[in-house]
Ligand binder design. Structure first.
Ligand code: HEM
Length: 496
């Protein structure tokens, strides 16, 4: 074993030196910090890579080259640079890098999120956008969302009477999980239907595995050895999902045809499969891959966004009061917020944007991948580089944001900047071909949950913790959530 390590190290050093000699001579690579043999710059990343990359980019510029193991990375950290990668040259950067965990969790890369750019991904994306996440489809789940939110509000009333703290983070995460399940599967499954560990735990375990730094991704020749045991764990998890999704599909076959209005997402996909009308091969494996994509993409993103917004509102009581005032004016104090109210809640919109600026829940988007050699802004970007767009840095760029570290929703007054990927200083959903196809649904969920929480309750920190003491530590993953759950005491404020 020791001898193997010796030879692996020698090969790695030789390959690294040859590569840098080859590239260094002819090409003008973007600037970047000095790396070390084998690791490249991997050692410069700690528990919060988006923050580390932000700090490093301050010295090396908005288009920066870094080598993680054998993998070249381009780190993009300003709105102008993001526009070059996600708009001007979007087609070149619209792929995703190979990713070991994703490979085992995507029914041999049949999913959308990690799918390489090509006709297959384009077809799947079209199907998702037109059939599964269309305005019509999203509206058809409106009454389900209303029902779930009603139960959610009720669940806090007891704690309000007793004046005891609730784990708001856990509650919001259950709510988004239940909404996602009902939308995708048509019903809530019992936790034990998936696995003894329960539904949310298994999904979160998957998100952790996908985000875990895997040596096999950075040093492909180490992949087969599976030194961290990640491949083994991922395969076991993939089996759990496979068994469960097969059961879900069998349940749908048994339930038979439903009217269009009552169709959940699995129904819709199964009709497409049975009709044989899709423009590409579409079988049970594709349905399973999309089920997992939609669950993974919708559960944590919305919940983490709500957590951060509530945290900022608590730290900024005048903003909280102003938002409650807007809700009182538009909704009154006698009823819950309805989806149809959302368009009139302008201040809510500014609060959401400001929080997504400071706390983009996908701070490095999902890595993009260059499909060919290309020159960008005078720099050579090699084929098969990973592109990390640092949303966290972009939202704090002092050239476009005054007082960037401060939470000021009013900065959006009279501004046309929105979050839909047209304004490169604010990209919480990404932009271009790979931009989030669930943006409309995501925004509805986030605005609806935040407005309901703020409208129905006043919130207070327990145990006389002062607002200054509320920690804002992050837990890094594909989705960045609060490191510590938000524990708060609710006081019901409606008149009924
Ligand atoms: C607040 C909620 C959400 C946020 C902040 C968010 C953010 C993002 C971001 C940053 C990306 C990567 C963009 C890129 O790589 O350029 C993404 C991709 C994606 N999102 Fe969302 N998302 C949210 C909700 C949703 C929902 C509700 C769904 C669907 C049910 C969804 C489905 C997807 C899919 C399928 C992709 C992959 C697209 C592709 O690779 O072609 N997202 N999202």
């Amino acid at each position: 074993m020791e001898l193997t390590w010796f030879w692996l190290t020698v090969i790695a050093i030789l390959a690294g030196s040859l590569a840098s000699l080859a590239t260094g001579r002819k090409k003008k690579m973007p600037p970047g910090p000095k790396g070390i043999p084998i690791l490249g710059h991997l050692h410069m990343l700690g528990k919060h890579p988006h923050q580390d990359l932000h700090r490093i980019a301050k010295h090396h510029g908005p288009i920066m080259y870094m080598q993680f193991g054998f993998v070249p990375n381009i780190v993009v950290s300003s709105p102008q640079a993001a526009e070059l990668f996600l708009k001007t040259h979007d087609l070149v950067f619209a792929s995703r890098p190979p990713h070991q965990a994703a490979k085992y969790l995507s029914w041999e890369q049949r999913n959308l999120i990690f799918g390489a750019y090509g006709p297959y991904w384009r077809n799947m994306r079209k199907l998702c956008t037109l059939e599964l996440l269309s305005t019509l489809k999203i509206s058809s789940f409106r009454s389900m969302r209303r029902e779930e939110l009603g139960l959610f509000v009720e669940s806090f009333k007891e704690s309000s009477k007793l004046h005891v703290a609730v784990d708001l983070s856990a509650k919001v995460s259950s709510l988004t999980a239940e909404m996602s399940c009902r939308m995708v599967f048509g019903k809530k499954y019992d936790d034990k239907d998936l696995d003894d560990r329960g539904f949310k735990t298994v999904i979160q375990e998957m998100m952790k595995l996908v985000a875990a730094p895997n040596l096999g991704d950075y040093f492909p020749f180490l992949g087969v050895l599976d030194l961290q045991g990640l491949k083994r764990k991922t395969k076991a998890l993939a089996k759990v999902f496979d068994d469960f999704f097969e059961k879900v599909m069998d349940d749908h076959v048994r339930a038979g045809d439903r009217s269009d209005q009552a169709k959940d997402i699995v129904d819709t996909m199964m009709s497409i499969m049975q009709s044989g009308e899709s423009e590409f091969q579409f079988d049970r494996r594709h349905i399973k891959a999309i089920m997992l994509d939609l669950l993974a993409a919708s559960m944590d993103t919305a919940a983490a966004s709500v957590e951060w917004i509530l945290s900022e509102l608590l730290r900024n009581p005048t903003v909280m009061k102003k938002l409650q005032k807007e809700l009182e004016q538009v909704v009154g104090l006698k009823r819950l917020v309805e989806e149809s109210d959302l368009d009139q809640l302008e201040y809510l919109d500014m609060v959401v944007k400001e929080s997504l600026r400071l706390h983009p829940v996908a701070p490095l988007l999902i890595p993009h991948y260059s499909r060919e050699d290309i020159k960008v802004n005078g720099y050579d970007i090699p084929k098969e580089s990973r592109i990390l767009v640092n949303n966290y840095a972009i939202g704090r760029d002092p050239n476009v944001w005054t007082d960037p570290e401060t939470f000021i929703p009013e900065r959006f007054t009279g501004s046309n900047i929105d979050v839909r990927g047209q304004h490169f200083q604010l990209l919480p959903f990404g932009s271009g071909r790979r931009g989030c196809p669930g943006i409309q649904l995501g925004l509805i969920q986030v605005r609806l949950i935040v407005s309901q929480l703020v409208h129905c309750f006043d919130w207070q920190l327990p145990n006389d913790i002062s607002l200054e003491e509320l920690d804002m530590n992050e837990e890094f993953g594909i989705v960045v959530s609060r490191a510590n759950h938000l524990m708060l005491i609710p006081t019901f404020r409606l008149q009924n």
